[in-house]
Design a protein. Structure first.
Length: 432
């Protein structure tokens, strides 16, 4: 199981979540931070709202909804918020969630890795017709260990994980220990059930379930504090999965989802997007030349890339995983160094090219993160428009770039390779 949490995939997931929310007729509007989203202006507002709240792959979305309830009081706010399943939050879709009554808010972690703080605001109107249908397909709770405990545990696991990767070791360690203690409570309840009593003058030398899994966490760094917390999170997850199955024989393990999210978080930590140094540029070009033996185009392109870098007319962006350059993109700032650039690149425009990812790392979201980093950096530098070219025959990348927002057709032209190969190209732009 692979989870991808890039800026692009997270914005898409938020949009899909809002699809389900606005399918509920009683929803008047939604709000992310201070950005109000309505049915009528979703296309513009979702992007603005996401930009306001996004920081990194560990970000949650602070989302609230305004709900219209009938004045007759047949549906109360207390009854309404209990039906979180109407918002698509179920045992099948969510890894974990919990309700915070003082804030009238749910904290949710979906199985796709998206985290939400979902709050509610109510208004009472005469024309709101709402009936809460019976919940269907709900499994019966075990009074000895309510499913609420299970959902809360897994939310706390991800909360601790996000704190861990943001280097907040105090809170992360506290939460990891809370969940290790939760496994001990579950073990005590099971012991009481086994012996038919909660009075134990002496214990039974029980083996602590979570201790069995300590020092086995698959995700480690050079930081011993990080590793210690990671060990406890890993041990709590495996122990809890096993213990919950004793209360719910039909329980489906959630560890695989938790570990997939952890893997995504860890890759984000080990993966760095940056502007390339001179040494990195030469190293990457030597790699490309070695991958294309006998193709003289790459030798010429390396010389051009080096000269443009030294002249300050290009900005090479690299994605580096554990010290290895695995993907790249280049921004050219001067139209004189872009084929067909004259007349196309107005003031404030930048041309993007040389999009490449090493084959073994393709399709894993690395380039999407590099692209997001590059566009944000160019925006911070004051560029207002990005332009790229795509071969007319390349339908796959045409659709990809359109999905990225490069929808403004600028012109068509021909580009010539150093070996005189000629390709037909169309150019598209996007506002930054």
């Amino acid at each position: 199981m692979t989870i991808e949490l890039t800026k692009e995939t997270m914005e898409k997931a938020l949009d899909a979540f809002l699809d389900g929310i606005f399918a509920l007729p009683e929803i008047e509007s939604a709000k992310v931070r201070d950005v109000i989203i309505t049915r009528e202006d979703r296309g513009v507002s979702v992007r603005k709202a996401f930009e306001a709240g996004w920081h990194d792959s560990y970000s949650d979305v602070d989302l609230s909804v305004k709900v219209r309830l009938p004045k007759d009081g047949l549906v109360t706010p207390e009854a309404y918020v209990k039906r979180i399943d109407r918002f698509g939050v179920t045992q099948e879709s969510a890894l974990g969630y919990c309700f915070v009554p003082e804030n009238c808010m749910y904290r949710i972690i979906f199985r796709n890795g998206m985290r939400y703080d979902l709050g509610f605001e109510f208004e009472f109107v005469d024309d709101a017709a709402l009936t809460l249908e019976e919940r269907s397909g709900e499994k019966e709770d075990n009074a000895n260990w309510p499913m609420e405990n299970v959902n809360r545990f897994w939310f706390v696991q991800i909360q601790a994980l996000a704190k861990l990767y943001r280097k907040d070791y105090l809170i992360s360690s506290h939460l990891a220990n809370v969940n290790c203690n939760e496994t001990l409570v579950a073990q005590m309840v099971l012991r009481d059930l086994q012996y038919g009593t909660n009075h134990h003058r002496y214990g039974h030398s029980e083996e602590l379930e979570y201790v069995k899994y300590l020092n086995k966490a698959p995700f480690q760094t050079e930081d011993p504090t990080f590793n210690r917390i990671a060990d406890h999170l890993y041990a709590a997850a495996l122990a809890y999965d096993k213990l919950v199955a004793a209360f719910y024989p039909e329980y489906q393990s959630r560890c695989n989802v938790f570990l997939a999210i952890w893997d995504c978080y860890h890759k984000a930590q080990a993966y760095v997007c940056k502007i390339a140094s001179w040494e990195e540029l030469n190293r990457k070009w030597d790699y490309e030349i070695a991958q294309n033996p006998g193709d003289g185009n790459w030798l010429v392109w390396k010389v051009e890339a080096a000269e443009n870098f030294q002249k300050g007319v290009s900005i090479p962006y690299y994605g580096i995983l554990n010290g290895t350059i695995i993907c790249e993109a280049t921004a050219v700032t001067d139209p004189r160094y872009v084929q067909n650039g004259e007349g196309m690149m107005k003031e404030g425009a930048v041309y993007l090219c040389a999009f490449r990812t090493n084959p073994e790392f393709q399709g894993q979201g690395y380039f999407s993160k590099l692209k997001d980093f590059m566009l944000e950096d160019l925006r911070q530098q004051g560029f207002t428009k990005a332009i790229l070219g795509v071969a007319v025959a390349d339908e796959f990348h045409q659709k990809t770039y359109e999905h990225w927002g490069f929808t403004e057709y600028l012109k068509s032209g021909e580009e010539t390779y150093p070996d005189q190969t000629v390709i037909d190209v169309e150019y598209f732009g996007k506002e930054l």
